[in-house]
Design a protein around this ligand. Structure first.
Ligand code: NAD
Ligand code: MG
Length: 387
């Protein structure tokens, strides 16, 4: 049976690679919905190729252009944030692949779950902001939550067939980013261009900066907690600069399973869409002879404070991870706009966590409110730091 897929954030790094996967398997998948924030031209080209039922351009100023350009199709063209949330309700959709960046992905994920759709989740911020709520909803509505993030896909693949066996520990691998092995005196002066040069992966700007600051690994530790129901003590991070071992599960008998492959996001995207089956593809294969050694080292939590702060947020619970994530989205934006320094990002996140009070027993609206409050606090701190 053909799976009908909604791709939220189809013009991004994950979104376009998801379309590569879908293009490779025309008899398995069909695109029902495509959405983008701003890139109208690319969205139009995608719609002309895949002929979805619904297209959403979130930025309303592009609406008329997209609508006119797609007049030749029977596609419904919508705009705005509400339309992004509503599009996932379309009856025919089997899987919603959420490849939006940032906490903007939360509402569409929640709405898709409430409408009984399986979720292929690239948008890790959904689980960082409101993991407890999302996981409860997944259970309540009996849908699948399939990880797309490569580390979490690796763990998920290692756990297949191990449903009855408790996990002793998981090891999330981290490339270490472009500044691996550097100290604070070096990091003080790094530029946006240096931070945007990831050694192994080509990704969207926000996750590339998060990888350089190790916030990405911090967000992934929190993501792993909710996906695999693990305490912080059972989630370890190991730096593996070659990005071939995508992550490792250790069981109670001391046995460890790792999932390996080339650093290519099409593989975890494909697995999330075909699970539990594996389909033959023609993507490049790993060759041991190209990699003389695979190495592992400890992350430097004193230099890369973001990872330490993420662990602390996870241990403290309540709204901490939501605040951490919102502040991070603001500082990454500010760093990309040359408003603050690389190390200034961690200072502002830390101060935002101090200024926004913790709270537990949170509903969806509370998460959204803390997300907004933290953005305002972080933005204000940035403005003050520039004076
Ligand atoms: P990207 O910036 O390349 O693309 C983001 C997509 O989301 C675009 O289509 C954009 O139009 C849309 N978008 C942006 N802001 C939006 C908003 N406010 N509302 C609605 N749509 C919006 O990002 P990416 O690198 O593809 O990452 C997407 C998600 O996947 C992130 O959560 C990221 O952490 C995660 N992820 C990415 C990779 C990767 O290799 N790129 C790997 C693992 C996880
Ligand atoms: Mg990852």
């Amino acid at each position: 049976m053909i799976k009908k897929i909604a791709i939220l954030g189809s013009t991004g790094s994950i979104g376009t690679q998801a379309l590569d996967v879908i293009r490779a398997f025309p008899s398995h998948f069909q695109v029902s919905v495509l959405t983008a924030s701003n890139n109208a031209d690319q969205l139009i080209l995608q719609a002309l190729e895949f002929k979805p039922k619904i297209v959403v351009i979130v930025n309303e100023s592009h609406y008329l252009y997209v609508k006119t350009s797609l007049q030749c199709l029977s596609t419904e063209v919508l705009c705005g944030r509400e339309a992004l949330q509503a599009a996932v309700e379309l009856e025919e959709i089997d899987v919603v692949l959420n490849a939006v960046v940032g906490s903007a992905g939360l509402y569409p994920t929640v709405n898709a779950i409430r409408h009984g759709k399986d979720i292929a989740l690239a948008n890790k911020e959904t689980l960082v902001v409101a993991g407890e709520l999302v996981v409860d909803l997944v259970k309540k509505h009996g849908v699948k939550l399939l990880p797309v993030d490569s580390e979490h896909s690796a763990i998920f693949q290692c756990l297949t067939g191990e449903e009855l066996n408790p996990i002793e520990k998981i090891y999330l691998t981290a490339s270490g980013g472009p500044f691996r092995g550097r100290d604070c005196s070096f990091l003080k002066n790094v530029t946006r261009e240096q931070a945007l040069k990831h050694p192994n992966w080509s990704m969207g700007a926000k996750i590339t900066i998060d990888s350089a600051s190790l916030m990405n690994k911090g967000l992934e530790v929190i993501e792993a907690k909710w996906l695999f129901d693990l305490d912080a003590d059972k989630i370890d991070v190991v730096v593996h600069p070659q990005s071939i071992v995508h992550s490792i599960v250790q069981f109670q008998d001391g046995s460890m399973k790792a999932q390996m492959g080339l650093p290519d996001m099409k593989l975890p995207i494909q697995y999330a869409l075909t699970y539990p089956a594996r389909l033959l593809n023609s993507f490049p294969r790993f060759d041991f002879m190209n990699y003389g050694s695979l190495t592992f080292e400890k992350p430097d939590l004193d230099t890369f404070r973001n990872l330490k702060m993420a662990y602390q947020a996870l241990r403290e619970g309540g709204n901490r991870a939501c605040v951490l994530n919102a502040a991070n989205e603001i500082v990454v934006d500010a760093f990309l706009n040359l408003e603050i320094s690389f190390l200034g990002m961690s200072d502002i996140i830390e101060e935002t966590l101090c200024q926004v009070k913790n709270n537990t027993k949170l509903h969806l609206d509370d998460y959204i409110a803390y997300d907004s409050e933290s953005r305002i606090v972080a933005r204000d701190l940035i403005n003050k730091s520039k004076k």
